[in-house]
Each structure stands twice: as structure tokens, then as C-alpha cells.
Design a protein around this ligand. Structure first.
Ligand SMILES: *Cc1c(COP(=O)(O)O)cnc(C)c1O
Length: 391
């Protein structure tokens, strides 16, 4: 289906050609285990070193502060559990927000069962955490603050630098899930005062199943996996060399292209948002108008079921998302949309369209035309819509 319009880049991206090419030799030519002594392993070992430098460079970190993982979920789990376990004698209170990714929320839920206490901060109508509210939530037994850099559903960018400043002043460790932000907006670990940061390769034109956990020097990180001495003894297991190389290349490319790509995506995104809001009635934009990820557009269409919208869009070749990873077709609306105060009936009509470097204005025009027609068709079948029109 070459007519496909892929607008679900927050779910995953296509591996960049340059990334793939750089990975390939590490499957069949330089396949040695980088831990080996013989010179044949030198190439793989060197490649891992370069990837670590590139991953660090993108956030102004040092290579020895980067741990390669199997993705964002693993990094989130590791960061939060390691801090909790390492500091449980100091305190058992964790602060996070209501709009985190489930990799953070469910890890916190697990820790609650282990005797920890978690404060889930409210966000405002645009999905922002208030640094003042956060500061008031800090207690003497608070050991960790985990607030995402940017939200994966509605795209809102959080004031992480301010949050980091507060955390540092109060002597509390700060973790940020930067999976959506890393490589898409500028992030400086040092300036943001983050102690731990999670990122994922497949959200930035790298391979799936790859990620990093940044852990600031002098912050104690308990091991995730026991066994070999890989990753400074904290994550045992033979390194996934091609994946690590791919992650590094994706990070390097992201650094080189971020500004230009961001500007282009922002312009296209605003074009899409403006057209949808202007041309389709009873529609709202979710998330912050300016402080949002360059490629993120997220709407709610009143009187429409998000699932139906997605199915009809799919028939036109448009890949979109309802925003939340709807496992098992659960009818529960997104926790993020409920947290920004949307009533259930509105939250159900959500649509997330997320752009990549490759999307074009023509694709967005075709998407808007399809949306207009589909929204009209679905609303014509809605008794609530008929009532609203009469009123
Ligand atoms: C995708 C995503 C994750 C999970 O990353 P994986 O690499 O898919 O495990 C975590 N947090 C956020 C914000 C995400 O968007």
C-alpha cells in the first residue's frame, strides 16, 4: 500500500537508512563478542564505545554515564526500582505525575505494594506539572521525583529544568522519562539537574528494543541484571552490538538534524492543527499550544468514537492513534485525558497524529480531507450530535 500515510511516529519510527547501514556489518562481519580479548573483537568494542559517546553527546553527558538497555520501558523500570531499593532505608516516598507513561506508573504501583508511598501529581488543563505544587509535595522521606520530559499522548513539554532545580535544592533524586523528547528537543542533563534519564531508540529512527538509561556520575545505581561484567557490572548480558550501534547512529543523526527537523515539523504540525480546528466543528486541541513536541497533534472530536475514527482512517491508508496504547481494546479512556480534566465522553473521541521528518504537506491535506468526510459521516449517525444541532 504505497498510498499509506504514516502519522503514528510517537508509537514508533521507521529506522533511518543511515542507521540501518551502520548496523548491518555488526551482524555478519564484525560479529565478535565485544568482551573478548582477541583483536577480532576490537571493531565491535570500538563501535560500542562510539555509540556510547554519541548517546551521551546528545544530552551533554559523559560516556560513562550511559547504560545501554532494551528500551524505554526497561530504563524507566530500572531507574525507579533501583532508587527505591537503594534508598529504602532513607525514605519510602516517591513523587510522580498522573500523566506518566505506564512504564513509570505501573512501576510505581508495584512499589506501592512493596511498602512505598507514591504521590501522583495533578496536571493543569494543558498537561503541565506545576513546580510549586511539586515542591509542596516533597517530604523528609521523599527519595525520588519522576516527571516525564514530554508527554507521549498530548505532546506537552514539562518544565524539567525547574523541577530538577527544586529536586537538587531539596536533595531528592530526579528521574525523567525523556523517551519522547530525546533527539527531538534540546536536552542538557547537567543544566536540567537530572540524575536519571530514560530514552528509547525506536522513537528516534533507531531500532526497536534499544534504549539508554543515563545515570549521573556519583549517583549510585543498583544493578538490573546480575551475571557478567557488562555495563560496569550493572546490566549483565552480551551486548546487543548492532542495536547499540543503531542507537548511537540515531542519536548522532538526531543531534545533527534536530533544529531543522524540529522547525519543519512544527510548521507542518501547526498547519495540521489550524486546518483541523478551523474546518471540523466541535473539535479541540489537547496539550499546550506552544510547549509541545514538534511533531505532535492531538485532538478530541465531540460525538465521535475514537476507535471508529481510527478504523475509517485506516481504510483510507492513514495510520493514526487514539493516543493511549489501547491494549485489549479497553474502553477506559486515556488516563492522560482524564487528568487534564476532560469528561469521559469527550476523551473517547481522541485522535493523535504524530509526524516524522518524512511527512509532507500533501499527506496532511489528504488526511484532513479524509478526516472531514469521516467525522461528518460518524456524526450523522450520532443521536447526540443531532440533539446538539437542534439545541
Ligand atoms: C514509548 C515510550 C516508552 C516505552 O519505550 P519502549 O522503548 O517502547 O519500551 C516509555 N515512555 C514514553 C514516554 C514513551 O513514549
Amino acid at each position: 500500500m504505497d498510498e499509506r500515510i504514516y502519522l503514528d511516529n510517537a508509537a514508533t519510527t521507521r529506522v533511518a537508512e543511515e542507521v540501518l547501514q551502520e548496523m548491518l556489518p555488526y551482524f555478519r562481519e564484525n560479529y565478535a563478542n565485544p568482551s573478548a580479548i582477541y583483536s577480532f573483537a576490537g571493531e565491535a568494542k570500538k563501535a560500542v564505545g562510539i555509540a556510547r559517546e554519541r548517546a551521551a553527546e546528545l544530552i551533554g553527558a559523559k560516556p560513562n554515564e550511559i547504560y545501554f538497555t532494551a528500551g524505554g520501558s526497561e530504563s524507566d523500570n530500572w531507574a525507579i526500582r533501583a532508587v527505591a531499593e537503594g534508598l529504602r532505608d532513607k525514605g519510602r516516598h516517591i513523587i510522580t505525575s498522573k500523566i506518566e507513561h505506564h512504564a513509570v506508573l505501573h512501576t510505581c504501583g508495584y512499589l506501592e505494594k512493596q511498602g512505598f508511598e507514591v504521590t501522583y501529581l495533578d496536571v493543569d488543563g494543558e498537561g503541565k506539572v506545576s513546580p510549586e505544587v511539586l515542591e509542596k509535595a516533597i517530604r523528609p522521606d521523599t527519595i525520588l521525583i519522576s516527571v516525564m520530559a514530554a508527554n507521549n499522548e498530548i505532546g506537552t513539554i514539562q518544565p524539567v529544568a525547574r523541577i530538577g532545580e527544586i529536586a537538587r535544592e531539596r536533595g531528592v533524586l530526579f528521574h525523567t522519562d525523556a523517551v519522547q523528547a530525546y533527539g527531538h528537543i534540546p536536552l542538557r542533563a547537567e543544566e536540567m539537574h537530572v540524575d536519571l534519564l530514560s530514552a528509547s531508540g525506536h522513537k528516534l529512527y533507531g531500532p526497536k528494543g534499544t534504549g539508554i538509561l543515563y545515570c549521573r556520575e556519583n549517583v549510585r545505581l543498583l544493578p538490573l541484571l546480575h551475571g557478567g561484567a557488562q555495563e560496569r557490572g550493572r546490566r549483565a548480558g552480551t551486548l546487543h552490538v548492532p542495536g547499540i550501534v543503531g542507537f548511537g547512529k540515531a542519536a548522532a543523526l538526531a543531534g545533527e538534524t534536530m533544529q531543522e527537523r524540529g522547525a519543519r515539523e512544527t510548521k507542518l504540525r501547526d498547519y495540521l492543527i489550524d486546518r483541523v480546528l478551523k474546518e471540523i466543528p466541535y473539535t479541540r486541541l489537547n496539550g499546550h499550544r506552544q510547549d509541545r513536541l514538534p511533531g505532535n497533534a492531538h485532538f478530541c472530536f465531540q460525538f465521535i468514537e475514537g476507535e471508529s475514527l481510527l478504523i475509517l482512517l485506516d481504510q483510507r491508508g492513514v495510520c493514526g492513534s487514539s493516543g493511549s496504547a489501547c491494549t485489549s481494546g479497553a474502553l477506559d479512556p486515556s488516563h492522560v485525558l482524564l487528568a487534564i480534566g476532560l469528561p469521559h465522553e469527550i476523551a473517547h473521541g481522541s485522535l493523535r497524529l504524530t509526524l516524522s521528518a518524512e511527512n509532507t504537506k500533501e499527506e496532511l491535506d489528504r488526511t484532513v480531507e479524509a478526516l472531514k468526510e469521516i467525522a461528518g459521516r460518524l456524526r450523522d449517525m450520532s443521536p447526540l450530535y443531532a440533539d446538539a444541532r437542534k439545541a
